[in-house]
Design a protein. Structure first.
Length: 370
């Protein structure tokens, strides 16, 4: 470890005592399955199942779901999944596996971590420590919906350069109305900070990297960094684990890949006027209904999408039972700030449906030999 002590920490670098990567044959097999993690505490069963449903609707590769739940909810989730499995067609159930884990924190006070910001949200900080056999992972909040194949988000992993090990979207597009740029009392990433509700991670790189920080000049591993970082900033953070991630990537900006706002589209992108140009041009790829907007009438455009996916029976025709009802219900939202441009919400859904339809229905017949 001598080299680590005297070599200047100028970028995210891998620890010399840890192997990176896997044998080619194992890595190739791992690439066939995408890993998706979610943390569900409190009354989040329906939201979680709807998120899972949205991921399965359009995905191409198989998905392994890693679901973290409080002890009282573990059996509830198990029953919920078993019930859904009995309702969903084999073509869907064959596309995924799932594991349910208890909430655990490997360092510091577990009760303190558990109550940080939302219940159990800090669990996402410990995913690299808990899921030691997983190479890469997409974490999403329970209030996230996929409007296009998860495979497209997964492909961002291939866009990482040699130092990047995680990817998130900016918290805001406009600094003058962004929360971090106006109110934060701690360091944060870039100009407007990042939002951790959708976070893509190369866990192997995270586990094998020393991170620069304001406490230890020689750098700290991910697990060793979490507790002292929280102790230093706990009286200055508002958004809990998201703030800690912003602090980490403030000091290690070369480790973070940022993807555009349409991959984590929230009410903030439309409730103060439209401020996500990527969504205007390409449509929303991942919808993030924070602020509880799926369950109240404050942003009906978000609720319409959630209800449509929640109520859609897998075996029904996508256009007749999902897209057309969605289109019709959107007519009631056009006088709201977020619903005034329906194509922002509908463009990717329609495109994804056409792709699924073509795979199921269109048959490419070879011309007869001459």
């Amino acid at each position: 470890m001598g080299l680590i002590r005297w070599k200047k920490l100028s970028f995210c670098r891998q620890r010399s005592d840890m192997g990176v990567g896997r044998p080619a044959s194992k890595r190739a097999r791992a690439d066939e399955v995408m890993h998706l993690a979610v943390v569900a505490c409190g009354n989040r069963l329906d939201e979680t199942l709807t998120m899972v449903k949205s991921a399965l609707l359009f995905s191409i590769k198989s998905i392994k779901f890693h679901i973290f739940a409080e002890d009282p909810l573990t059996s509830q989730f198990e029953k919920g999944f078993l019930f859904q499995l009995s309702q969903w067609p084999h073509a869907i159930t064959n596309k995924f596996q799932y594991s349910i884990y208890p909430i655990t924190f490997s360092v510091g006070n577990a009760e303190e971590w558990k109550k940080l910001f939302k219940p159990c949200a800090a669990q996402r900080l410990f995913l690299p420590v808990i899921l030691k056999d997983v190479d890469s992972l997409l974490y999403v909040d329970t209030d996230v919906l996929f409007l296009r194949p998860m495979d497209d988000m997964w492909s961002f992993l291939k866009a990482f350069n040699t130092t990047q090990l995680a990817a998130m979207a900016p918290e805001h597009e406009i600094p003058k109305i962004g929360w971090y740029s106006r109110f934060a009392r701690h360091p944060f990433y870039g100009v407007t900070g990042v939002n951790s509700g959708v976070m893509l991670m190369n866990l192997t790189r995270i586990r094998s990297t020393l991170f620069k920080n304001s406490m230890i000049p020689s750098g700290l591993s991910w697990e060793d960094l979490l507790h002292p970082l929280y102790q230093k900033y706990k009286n200055h953070i508002t958004w809990g684990d998201q703030d800690l991630l912003n602090i980490i990537f403030h000091y290690n900006s070369e480790c973070l890949y940022t993807f555009p706002c349409q991959w984590n589209y929230r009410p903030d992108h439309c409730m103060y006027g439209s401020n996500c140009k990527g969504a205007e041009e390409e449509g929303v790829s991942i919808l993030h209904g924070n602020r509880g907007v799926y369950h109240d009438d404050k942003q009906p455009a978000f609720k319409v999408v959630y209800d449509a996916i929640h109520e859609y029976p897998f075996e029904d025709n996508l256009f007749q039972s999902l897209f057309y009802p969605l289109q019709t219900k959107f007519l009631d939202t056009v006088n709201t700030l977020c619903g005034r441009i329906p194509q922002v919400f509908l463009k990717q859904v329609e495109k994804s449906m056409r792709t699924v339809y073509e795979k199921k229905v269109v048959r490419h017949v070879r011309p007869p030999p001459k």
